[in-house]
Ligand binder design. Sequence first.
Ligand code: ADP
Ligand code: MG
Length: 695
Amino acid sequence: MNDVQKLFGSLVFNETVMKDRLPTATYKAYKQAIIEGKPLNIEIANIIANAMKDWALEHGCTHFTHWFQPMTGITAEKHESFISPTAEGRVIMDFSGKELIQGEPDASSFPSGGLRATFEARGYTAWDPTSYAFIKDNCLCIPTAFCSYTGEVLDKKTPLLRSMNAVSKAACKILKLFGINTVRVNSTVGPEQEYFLVDKKMWEKRKDLVYCGRTLFGAKSPRGQELEDHYFGIIKQRVLAFMKDLDEELWKLGVLAKTEHNEVAPAQHELAPIFSSTNVASDHNQLMMEFMKRVALRHGLVCLLHEKPFDGVNGSGKHNNWSLATEEGKNLLDPGKEPYKNLRFLTFLAAILKAVDEYQDLLRVSVASAGNDHRLGANEAPPAIVSVFLGTELTAVLEAIAADKVYTGNPAEFMKISDDTIPALVKDNTDRNRTSPFAFTGNKFEFRMLGSMFSISGPNIVLNTIVAEELDEFAEKLADAPDLEAAVYDLVKETYLAHKRIVFNGNGYTDEWVAEAAKRGLLNLKSTPEAIPYLGSEKNVALFAKHHIFTEAEVKSRVEILLENYSTTISIEAATALDMFHKDILPAVGAYTEDLTRAVLDKKAAGISAGFEAELASKLSALSAEMYAASLKLDADLKAAAEIECSKKKATFFHDAVVADMEALRAAVDAAEALTGGKYLPYPTYGELLFGVNE
Ligand code: ADP
Ligand code: MG
């Protein structure tokens, strides 16, 4: 084995370790419980816990934690040591099955959206045996789900697991019709993660980056991404050292970090893992984001995961590549060489089209956030309108079916490239329509609207659930069909005709598409406060309840959490903008204006003409007055926002008034920055931030 092979998974309590350390009967019981989605009994849990503890101690651990994902969108952990007192006043290192299976963090400060009063603040965490335990900072981390004491879901993992079960059950029903018996269908995901790296010393000087993760001010630098030379360009030594270090850390944790490259914007990069089951992909994406931040610090860098750290250059997203595969690993979205004849594929494809059309609103809500509002529809990311790209070949197949014609396209168009791991690709998918929010890319769908900071759980909960819903309906319709083939073609025809408005193969960045989408009746939810309330609609509440993903109370609480989160984010940004304005910007511009004014007076006294100083000083003076007026308005609106009780009205006010005020303030500040002498500026400029890492 080479070093990477030895390194990979070395901090993970994975299959190999389990097979090695668990009695065969225990290992089998564990595997069975996972396949059946059933809880483990306590005897089995005790044996596993003990083996885990021994393994963890050998790797230098002193503590364990239930690692969970509350509604904050990041992970949480509370470390407990393994020590347990003995009668002789010493300690032994102990870890029981009960401690493995269930924990009780004091959870009163996690968002619950009103689900829980503080007096019943206890929550509990429950082991998710489908995601391996791992070691981080000498602590054994056990992936867990998090619920309130009364059973309400308070996290992102529980509903994700439920949605995976829902889609698995529904997909198995369909497969059965086609004579395929499998115990489980897994939804698989490969999330491509974009991020920025900036120099830590510069980052420290920017309160906006420190408090908000994005710049609130900053004049354009003379050079941005115009030359398009950064995309896939040569990676700088310091960044390369960071990437190497990051890969190694992630490999140790069993994360399949695969592709690293430079992105479109200067200082922007991407890391893509090899796909895995959605639940594991989601845990691994959290680890990936956490380690990007940590490892960057070791290299004197700061990793920015915000969706829009810099105005005027591309922001960062996350592409959620999604598919369905049987337990045996068969990809159900592989069209094969002749998709027209592939009834199973056509059934899944039609179900997905119908799902995306009927639940556009849910998909849109699943990617709504204050940060992502800067991207969606801003000509660098897909528009806020959800649509599906199929490519000309697949569209032609569906058109033929809709017209009761036999598809006569050239099967060679579905070309086979390289080996079996790359399936027959639809030819025009090889040149990818990058502007589509939901694109078929050969053997999977790529949901491209996610923001870079997102937990991938939300979007995948929605995807799994809406597809489960349609597959269930299809299974019922096809169940008693005397002629399955004819029934599938009928169903595909009917579905395509009813939902073809969602298919769009053109350029999603154009104004023509916005107009065309409106004509087709597609939703265009431009901002987060506009989108979020759709989550709580009757139709969506019924969907989640039917598939046992969320109760009505849980959906409503999530609406509250999302709205509150939006308002809080904007409120922090506005307060930071005002702070920077008063403490740094106004004094800096004032100092320069004063020096210019003094120069005017001095020169006049000396009998020298002071034309440009006078002009510049009056320009800056006028801009300062403009900034000051904008800051007063921002301050007043921020105070007014705080008074609004209704969370929806509040979020809307933050969007309509406060965000607009911040933009007005920024416009004047950026104009002044461009005219102000470098030594007066209180913080590093865009140029320094974006091009600051030169080694
Ligand atoms: P890109 O050109 O967008 O980088 P890639 O072909 O490299 O596209 O794949 C992007 C991501 O899609 C990777 O993370 C890859 O593992 C993932 N992927 C490939 N096949 C599947 C699948 N069947 N299910 C989910 N994700 C997949
Ligand atoms: Mg991609």
